[in-house]
Ligand binder design. Structure first.
Ligand code: 5GP
Length: 222
């Protein structure tokens, strides 16, 4: 059997956005669990940790002054105000992951997706996950049992706003079945990895394939 071929390729900056409750977290956890070639970008935020969240794993929890300093020092690839707090993507980890040959997964909102696209253009793939209905979204938010009615109402209003930016994405999926939606997300990732311009190792590989065949004179019209 032929040896398997490994070609160098440019990493994908894979953005997964959705209103909270549409299934994005479940999907991103599954992706990270099965595919060692993709790693999560860990954002910095000024919002306080929720129960169970771990500093340095879920987010880097920082105070407003620290965040502002990081922004002033150019440490963020993008940052935005979301739900009254600041959230930003530290540049250093993304660079490290890309240098290590990984793809990077971003759980960021539409503002972040837009800024990242301005920074890194064709390396960015933007995927938006929609809930099947707003009733279902509210049901999922309530099932988490973590938020008051007031917070849920605010999240629903925010969800409607987030959804209005669906057309700033490359792919839009409706999550009426989380397994199917996850399958579609992985299909997108696999296809994007195979794009010719990402497979930088192809140039040498194809050249070697061609050179391995001895030259013959293929002229036929004399
Ligand atoms: P949560 O506070 O529920 O973890 O996140 C609230 C929203 O902030 C989510 O829509 C999430 O995608 C977004 N978010 C998290 N990190 C970042 C970030 O670094 N940049 C941007 N622009 N949005 C983020």
């Amino acid at each position: 059997m032929a040896e398997s071929v490994h070609l160098d390729r440019r990493g994908v900056l894979f953005v997964l956005s959705s209103p909270s409750g549409a299934g994005k977290t479940t999907i991103s956890k599954k992706m990270l669990g099965v595919d060692p070639d993709i790693a999560l970008s860990i954002s910095a935020t000024t919002r306080p940790p929720r129960r169970g969240e771990v500093d340095g794993k879920d987010y880097h929890f920082v105070d407003v002054e620290t965040f502002k300093q990081m922004a002033a020092d150019g440490e963020f690839l993008e940052w935005a105000h979301v739900f009254g707090h600041r959230y930003g993507t530290p540049r250093a980890r993304v660079d490290e992951l890309l240098d290590a040959g990984k793809d990077v997964l971003f759980d960021i909102d539409w503002q972040g997706a837009q800024q990242l696209y301005q920074e890194a253009g064709p390396d960015v793939v933007r995927v938006f996950v929609l809930p099947p209905t707003m009733e279902e979204l509210e049901r999922r938010l309530r099932a988490r049992n973590t938020d008051s009615d007031e917070v849920i109402a605010a999240r629903m209003a925010r969800a409607a706003n987030e959804i209005s930016h669906w057309d700033g994405y490359d792919y839009v999926l409706i999550n009426d079945d989380v397994e199917a939606c996850y399958g579609a997300v992985m299909a997108i990732l696999r296809a994007e990895r195979l794009k010719r311009r990402r497979q930088i190792g192809l140039i040498g590989f194809a050249r070697d394939l061609i050179r391995s065949v001895p030259d013959t004179d293929t002229t036929i019209d004399d």
